[in-house]
Ligand binder design. Structure first.
Ligand code: ADP
Ligand code: MG
Length: 399
């Protein structure tokens, strides 16, 4: 079933040959010694930029790079990203200096691609200042926002411009919004959410939003310890936010009222020291954790039970690893669940959407990143969406 979309896409753009199209991309790539060390974001920008170029538009990429705080900084010039982007897209890309932007763009031929200097060199960018919006708007006829990962910010290039020029979602933005809609907006039930990671405090709003939305809330990682403590379990010297046990109880109550089943681990992997394969490693029932032990992963019995829960679900949204997955063997539960999710997704029984820096790293470690329905690399924007917040950059496309 396709749901009518609340935003326009490249499919709604017609007669764009010769038009100047401003495309907001996220090309904020990590660099070391002038070399791009991870070109994921450049690759993700290719589809929209290439399509617009193929259709004869003059494509002007708008993007930020680093945090120059409204000042020119040659180390954060997008001139540094122009050649790497050219290599990734396999076509010529021109750098557009701010000071000669109008002249440079006037000389661009149909289908040509350029990258405008770092939008954050302008102090009005992050303030969404009207004069900055005007300066950008004067350079283009149409606006495409393809940077979901910047959509939680109401900046001139991410939000302001959408009110000033005809605005469209790029292919990446479109894919992200469709996937997120399938996961939590209009999902097929039963829906499960896995929330893990280190601390409850960083994900309170996520948990509060999810209990009202999903049928099964699976809590793992360090944050599960706070919930276990709230239920009277002695978690030894595990990472645990004891001051938040009251909040954890409120979340459990809210889940109860919303008919959301909360799954906490009933067996766990513990150790006395946090190190790879420590001699004190053992698996036990949550009620048997000793005073000097730490819970570092979900146990095998609970992990298997979680797999069974997912077998009966149609949709999964996943943020946060189940254990301290960077240190073996505390990656075991996360890897095992990742493989289960990948298999169910491949079978077609589960729509799986995952996001979060460490979650994506864990899924890559499991080698299943390509088997998920959708992986969001959007970081902050993904979390705000998980919290049920309206993202200004998305809302501006929907008006
Ligand atoms: P994401 O980046 O996907 O949103 P988080 O940053 O919230 O995820 O959490 C990831 C971190 O949580 C990892 O560094 C992992 O080691 C840690 N973690 C998971 N389980 C535990 C645990 N039981 N004790 C301590 N740290 C944990
Ligand atoms: Mg993280």
């Amino acid at each position: 079933m396709t749901v009518a979309r609340s935003f326009k896409t490249l499919d709604d753009m017609s007669d764009i040959a010769g038009k100047r199209v401003l495309v907001r991309e996220d090309v904020n790539v990590p660099m070391a010694d002038g070399v791009v060390t991870d070109d994921t974001r450049l690759r993700a920008a290719v589809q929209t930029v290439a399509e617009l170029s193929d259709r004869g538009a003059k494509v002007i990429v708008l993007a930020h790079f680093g945090r120059p705080k409204g000042e020119r900084n040659p180390e954060m010039s997008l001139a540094l990203v122009t050649k790497p982007f050219e290599a990734v897209i396999g076509r010529p890309v021109r750098f557009i200096d701010d000071e000669y932007a109008a002249e440079t763009i006037a000389k661009m031929t149909d289908g040509e691609i350029g990258i405008l200097e770092n939008t954050r060199f302008d102090p009005g960018e992050e303030k969404n200042a009207p004069e900055t919006v005007e300066r950008f708007a004067a350079l283009g006829d149409l606006y495409v926002n393809d940077a979901f990962s910047a959509a939680h910010r109401a900046h001139a290039s991410t939000e302001g411009l959408a009110h000033r020029l005809p605005a469209f979602a790029g292919r990446q933005m479109e894919a992200e919004l469709d996937a997120l809609d399938k996961a939590l907006g209009n999902p097929e039930h039963p829906v499960a959410a896995v929330v893990g990671g280190a601390k409850v405090s960083t994900k309170l709003d996520v948990l509060k939003h999810l209990v009202a939305k999903v049928d099964h809330l699976i809590i793992g990682g360090g944050m599960a310890n706070t919930f276990l403590a709230a239920r009277g379990v002695n978690v030894g010297k595990s990472l645990c936010e004891h001051d938040l046990t009251g909040t954890a109880e409120e979340i459990l109550d809210a889940a109860d009222k919303a008919n959301c089943i909360v799954h906490l681990p009933y067996d766990v992997v513990v150790a006395k020291e946090f190190a790879a394969n420590p001699p004190s490693l053992r698996t036990c029932n949550v009620h048997e954790v000793a005073e000097d032990e730490m819970i570092l992963d979900v146990g095998p019995a609970a992990t298997e039970a979680l797999g069974d829960v997912l077998k009966n679900c149609r949709t999964l949204v996943w943020n946060g690893p189940l254990g301290a997955f960077e240190t073996p063997p505390f990656d075991t539960a996360t890897m095992s669940l990742a493989h289960t999710v990948a298999a169910l997704t491949k079978e077609g029984s589960l729509v799986s959407v995952a996001g979060g820096g460490d979650t994506v790293a864990a899924l890559n470690q499991a080698g299943v990143a390509d088997d998920m329905t959708f992986i969001s690399t959007a970081g902050g924007a993904f979390l705000e969406w998980m919290e049920g917040k309206e993202l200004p950059g998305v809302a501006a496309l929907q008006h």
